[in-house]
Ligand binder design. Structure first.
Ligand code: FMN
Length: 310
């Protein structure tokens, strides 16, 4: 079998395929259907300092080639996560990356400190890109100065792998990527959802109670591939590709664009074994082409230099 293990800085993962935040609960729900040995890591649902009820229903709607969601970061809060959920999740034998959310820099720091103190987690993914909350989230991720501030503050309290999740709504992807790297991020993940809207033309009501929601699924993929390509060219830390990946070929496309690993989100809803099938498919792709290891193709896209927009 081809070697599909990956290194993200000092973090070694057995597989390049991680379950994306918010689409895999806290990792317990898929135990009966999925071979967890095929997972590189489980990225948990966003965890905040205080419990959050989330947004009113309806907060999910299917759209062409994707879906909109506006969950609003429903979660039991970091104390309950650490006390009740983490002891169960760590028993799964899969590296755990905790997606961390705050409304202020101080909240991000306090959650990261509590995660650090557990000694049971491989990394933290900073959710600075959620479009479905009033405060925090995207407000940090869209602005390079704020992103630098929150990343640096979290870096100071944790030596866990620090992944910063980028928003497609940042005006200049290179600027936010550089800000995160300079503040001490170990990797970037790209991308979170982008705000979309869907209207019932009979009732004239939005199909999502909060009017807009985050678009995910295959509709997002070309945008995400472009952003991974741009981000990976502007930093020297690894980039993790996310957005509409549902097959091994989708994952390979991200890797050729510049991703060192991938996360799979919405595809888990239509195929609960998606992560496993994607990991197997990546190994087959490498074997069939006599490529010894995955890192040989990371960022290997051959752009038409003469024609690429300067
Ligand atoms: C229902 C739902 C909940 C999500 N919750 C979170 C979250 O808590 N934190 C986060 O950083 N991203 C969250 N995301 C974004 C995903 O992790 C991922 O970045 C996005 O869906 C794009 O990937 P996909 O097209 O493979 O789903 C959520 C996505 C969905 C669909």
């Amino acid at each position: 079998m081809a070697d599909i293990s990956v290194k993200l800085g000092a973090l070694e993962l057995p597989s390049p395929v991680m379950a994306a935040s918010g689409t895999f609960g806290f990792g317990l729900e898929y135990r009966d259907v999925l071979d967890y040995n095929k997972l590189g890591a489980i990225v948990t649902k966003g965890v905040s300092l205080k419990p959050r009820e989330g947004n009113p229903m309806p907060r999910i709607v299917e759209t062409p080639c994707g879906m909109l969601n506006s969950i609003g970061l429903q979660n039991p809060g970091v104390e309950s996560f650490v006390g009740d959920l983490l002891p169960q999740v760590k028993g799964l034998g899969v590296p755990i990356i905790v997606n961390v959310f705050g409304e202020t820099v101080e909240e991000y720091v306090r959650v990261a400190e509590m995660i650090q103190s557990t000694g049971a987690v491989a990394g933290v993914e900073l959710n600075v890109s959620c479009p479905n909350v009033k405060c925090g989230g995207i407000h940090f991720g869209a602005n390079p100065e704020m992103l630098h501030e929150v990343t640096k503050a979290v870096r100071e309290v944790t030596d866990l792998h620090l992944m910063v999740k980028l928003s497609p709504e940042a005006a200049v992807i290179e600027a936010v990527s550089n800000a995160a790297e300079q503040a001490g991020a170990d990797s970037l993940s790209a991308i979170n959802t982008i705000r979309g809207m869907s209207i019932n033309i009979e009732t004239r009501k939005p199909r999502i109670a909060t009017t807009t929601g985050g678009l995910s699924g295959p509709a997002l993929k070309p945008l995400a591939v472009r952003m991974v390509w741009e981000a990976s060219r502007s930093v020297s830390i690894p980039v993790v590709g996310i957005g509409g990946i549902s097959t091994a070929m989708d994952a390979i496309e991200f890797i050729i664009a510049g991703a060192s690993a991938v996360q799979v989100g919405t595809a888990n809803y239509t195929n609960p074994r998606a992560c496993e099938e994607i990991a197997d498919g990546i190994a087959v792709y490498l074997e069939e082409r006599d490529i010894p290891k995955l890192s040989d193709i990371v960022g290997s896209v051959e752009v038409y230099e003469d024609y690429t927009l300067k």
